[in-house]
Ligand binder design. Sequence first.
Ligand code: M6R
Length: 605
Amino acid sequence: MCGIIGFTGKLEAQDILLDGLEKLEYRGYDSAGIAYFKENKGKISTRKTAGKVKDLRAICDDNESTCGIGHTRWATHGGVTNANAHPHKCGNVALIHNGIIENYHELVSSYDLGKDLISETDTEVAAALFNKLYDGENPIEAIKKAVPLFKGSFAFCIMFKNKPGIIYAVRNVSPMVAATCEEGSFIASDLTAFIQYSKKYFIVPEYTILTMTESGITLTDLDGTNVEPEFLEVNWDITAAQKDGYPTFMLKEINEQPDAITRTITPRIADGLPDFSADNIPDSLFENCRDITIVACGTAMYAGMVGKSLMQEMLGIPVTVAIASEFRYEHPVITEDSLVIVVSQSGETIDTLEALRLAKTRTQKTLAIVNVKGSTIARESNYVLYTHAGPEIAVASTKAYTVQTAAFYLIACKLGLIQDKISKDEAHEFIGNLQNVSNNITEVLKLSENVERLTKRMLNASNTFFIGRGIDYTLSMEGALKLKEISYIHAEAYAAGELKHGTIALISEGVPVIALATQSHVYSKVISNIREVKARGAYVILLSMDENITDSSICDTFISLPKVPDRFAIFEAVIILQMIAYFTSVGKGLNADQPRNLAKSVTVE
Ligand code: M6R
């Protein structure tokens, strides 16, 4: 969490920092701040405030520097106050930080830093420590001494008062990318902050000290040895990270799903069958695999649940889904024949990363489904299947979910073929259906006005329920998460058959129930469950491909989905659920892109 940016070069820094922070705001938006060398001399000025980057912009007027650092915060230690906002200054040092310094209490007492502190943050302790260890001459020596003392995760950009024009940076776990170009040197949590200046960049290696000047960046490890960065190039440009005429990123990203799915599956299909050779994923990964564990958080985990439902049915082998933050503590049963699939849009979610690290101690069959190229999870997994959703900026994940799910469909089909669970003909038919998904979604997107209208009914709700059976139940969980996250309405997902064991007591007159009935093998049973809530006064919004069930004893509002084989209905239904959440949020006057208390990339445990 938290977004950081640094620039030193030929241009005014302030605009670059503020524009960059706006692009990083999805990482946290509790407070924002910048620091810069006043008139490019040995004095560091700061501007910071609780609130968003627009609030910071309103108090920035000083365009006299070509070197500075900026931060947008997701609060961990200390409340949302001006004093806790970054940058933090102490003596000769000003710095910004993404991560958590876990041993900051011990550092305060061991190095007697207490008298220097005015905020409640762990970050200010780091500033005080760098300052204490700085001899006034050699910043790199101070960084070399301080870095091994920190426990936890960190990405720091540091300025030393008597070194105008220079930014130092170092990281452990928390992401940072950097670039040099004609205009100067850039560093940020994420490429979107400076992609308009450079498409060529490198991932800052862990425990490497960067010295950034107008003319370039040098890297040295903690022993002082020079390090050569490995340059990467992105294949998308700034327009992919802009709203492109849409009022919000979320609506744009919902509408991008047909293209995102096509981009993700097309390079993995050869002669109508799944083919991962361009990803360097060998068939041996799927041979002898006796069980599968899927680990992820939030929406990525719900995509994993769809994967489980599909693979267990197609392959007849045990598939487990684990919440990444629980995985390490629940004594997971992983052997060398287990395939562990981790799923992450950002590739930086710390719980998922730590789960992957544990899994790798037990099996070399780890596969990451990741959207962000070169991210930590992608680099550390034995194999990686990149989804090609393009940048996902809205905090609520939409297109990442459908491309992750599509990736599971490819994997399930590949496993089915390799393990002789499906025939080639069946695989061809399956892949054909997957290739139709983008067009089907395009049809569903045309229903947006109807969905917007029906959400008027949701605006005053304080409780809602999402119900379904089988794969529809997994989808209900995603629908409920989306609604909670951006509309702040309490939403519960329930396996439809489980309601009568307790939860149905919560159904009273007018409570919205979003019911999914797309699976024929449990169809009559789910319809009975829907009747049960309807009979108790629920306001039922029903999603189904069966147009014969629109009568008022079952539902109040019916949304007809295009007819597709059961297994593929999920792609259509989720679009409706995303739109229900989106229009409810917007209808309530909320910021759908930046819901309260959240951040896009969760890099704290
Ligand atoms: O980047 P990741 O896919 O690892 O993120 C996982 C979750 O934090 C994420 O899906 C979260 O649940 C979304 N905000 C849900 O919309």
